[in-house]
Design a protein around this ligand. Structure first.
Ligand code: NAD
Length: 343
C-alpha cells in the first residue's frame, strides 16, 4: 500500500503574496541570498507584510550550495528572534537552507516548528515541494540530501514575475534540473500513476517552454509554465525519490562546484543510456517518454536514441556545456578526485 498526499499549500500568480494575509504571521524571518535582497525582489513581499502589520528580519547571507556552517549561523539568528514563520525566497540554495534552519530550530530547542513558506525565484529544484534539503559538509564538501517529512514547506508561493530576472545560463541549468527530476522520478521503480502524471506534465512543459523562457526572459507565460513544471517535478520525486543521476551529480558537483542543474544535465544522456542498457524496465520508461514527445521511431532502440538526442539538442540550443571538461574540469583533476567521488 502507498499513500499520496500533498500537504504544501500552493499559491500561484502575480498576486500570490496576498494569500499570506490569511495567516496569523506576526514575527517573520526572511531567508534569502544577497542578490534577492539587493535586487529589490523582496519589496513585493515587504509591501504585503507592512499591510499585515507583521514584523520581519532579513537574513541574506545565503550562498550557493549552503553548508553546515551557514545553517548554524542561520540557526543562531532564529534562536535569538523566535519567529512564528520562516520565509525562504530564492533558488534551491536559499530554500534548502531555510528548511534546514527551521528543522534544526525545532530539533534543538524543542520549540514548535515555525510556519515554513517557500518562494522560489528559480524554476528548478522544486524544493518548495519536497521533504529534502541538500546541505554540504563544510569540511569534506560532501553534499548530503537530508530528508524528513518535517522539512516540507507548509506554503509555496509561485509568482512567475520573480523568475523573469533569472539570467539565461541559470534558466538553462535550472530548467534541465526540472527535466532530470521528472525523468528520474518517471523511471523510478517507486513510480505509480500519480507520480507519473506529475512527471509527464513536467517533461512536456520543459520541452514546450524552456527554450522560450531562455530566449525571452520576460515571457510570463513560459516562466509560469516552467515554475509549474519545477513544482510538479518536485512533488513527483518527493514521492519516488531520485536516481543515480542525482547521486553522481551531488558527488561531482560538491567537489568541482558545478551548478547543480548543469551537472545533472551533463550526466543525463549518459545515465539514460546506462540505465536503459541495464534494465528493461528503465528502457521501457524512457521510450514511453520519447513517444509521449512524438519522438517515436520504427525501432525501440532508435526511439531511445531520439530521446537522448532531443535532450542533447536542447542543451546545445541553450549554449550549455555537454561535458565535464567543458564545465572547466580538467582530466587530471577529475582523475585525482575520482576515487572519493566513486566512494
Ligand atoms: P541557487 O539557489 O544556488 O541559485 C543560483 C543563482 O541564481 C544564485 O546566484 C542566485 O542568486 C541566482 N538567482 C536566484 N533567483 C534569481 C532571480 N530571480 N534572478 C536572478 N538571479 C537569481 O540555484 P538553484 O539551482 O535554484 O538551487 C540549487 C541548490 O538546490 C543546490 O544546492 C541543489 O543541491 C539544491 N537542490 C535541492 C533540491 C531539494 O529537493 N531540496 C532539489 C534539487 C536541488
Amino acid at each position: 500500500m502507498n499513500a499520496f498526499y500533498v500537504p504544501t499549500k500552493i499559491y500561484t500568480g502575480e498576486a500570490a503574496f496576498e494569500n499570506l494575509k490569511q495567516y496569523p504571521i506576526h514575527n517573520l524571518c526572511i531567508i534569502c541570498d544577497p542578490f534577492v535582497e539587493k535586487s529589490g525582489m523582496v519589496n513585493k513581499l515587504l509591501r504585503v507584510l507592512d499591510e499585515m502589520g507583521a514584523q520581519y528580519r532579513i537574513f541574506s547571507d545565503i550562498t550557493p550550495d549552503p553548508n553546515t556552517e551557514l545553517v548554524v549561523q542561520g540557526l543562531s539568528r532564529i534562536v535569538a528572534h523566535k519567529p512564528d514563520a520562516v520565509l525562504a525566497m530564492g533558488g534551491g540554495s536559499a530554500i534548502d537552507a531555510a528548511k534546514a534552519i527551521s528543522y534544526m530550530y525545532q530539533k534543538t530547542t524543542g520549540a514548535e516548528k515555525p510556519l515554513c513558506i517557500a518562494v522560489p525565484t528559480t524554476s528548478g529544484t522544486g524544493s518548495e515541494a519536497t521533504s529534502f534539503a541538500v546541505i554540504t559538509d563544510a569540511e569534506t564538501h560532501i553534499k548530503y540530501p537530508i530528508t524528513d517529512d518535517k522539512l516540507l514547506p507548509n506554503i509555496a508561493i509561485l509568482d512567475p514575475t520573480l523568475v523573469r530576472s533569472v539570467p539565461p545560463a541559470v534558466t538553462a541549468d535550472t530548467g534541465m534540473d526540472v527535466l532530470t527530476h521528472a525523468v528520474e522520478s518517471y523511471v523510478s521503480p517507486m513510480s505509480g500513476t500519480y507520480a507519473e502524471a506529475l512527471a509527464e506534465k513536467a517533461v512536456r512543459l520543459v520541452f514546450s517552454d524552456l527554450l522560450t523562457a531562455y530566449h525571452s526572459p520576460d515571457d510570463t507565460r513560459a516562466r509560469a509554465h516552467m515554475h509549474a513544471a519545477s513544482n510538479l517535478a518536485g512533488f513527483a520525486f518527493d514521492y519516488t525519490s531520485l536516481g543515480i543521476n542525482h547521486g553522481i551529480a551531488h558527488a561531482v558537483g560538491g567537489v568541482f562546484h558545478i551548478p547543480h542543474g548543469r551537472c545533472n544535465a551533463v550526466l543525463l544522456p549518459h545515465v539514460i543510456a546506462y540505465n536503459a542498457k541495464n534494465s528493461q524496465f528503465a528502457f521501457d520508461r524512457y521510450t514511453a517518454l520519447s513517444r509521449m514527445l512524438e519522438l517515436g521511431a520504427a525501432s525501440d532502440y532508435q526511439t531511445l536514441k531520439n530521446f537522448c538526442n532531443a535532450i542533447h539538442a536542447l542543451m546545445l540550443k541553450m549554449n550549455m556545456p555537454t561535458t565535464l571538461r567543458a564545465c572547466g574540469v580538467s582530466e587530471a583533476e577529475f582523475r585525482e578526485h575520482l576515487p572519493s567521488i566513486v566512494e
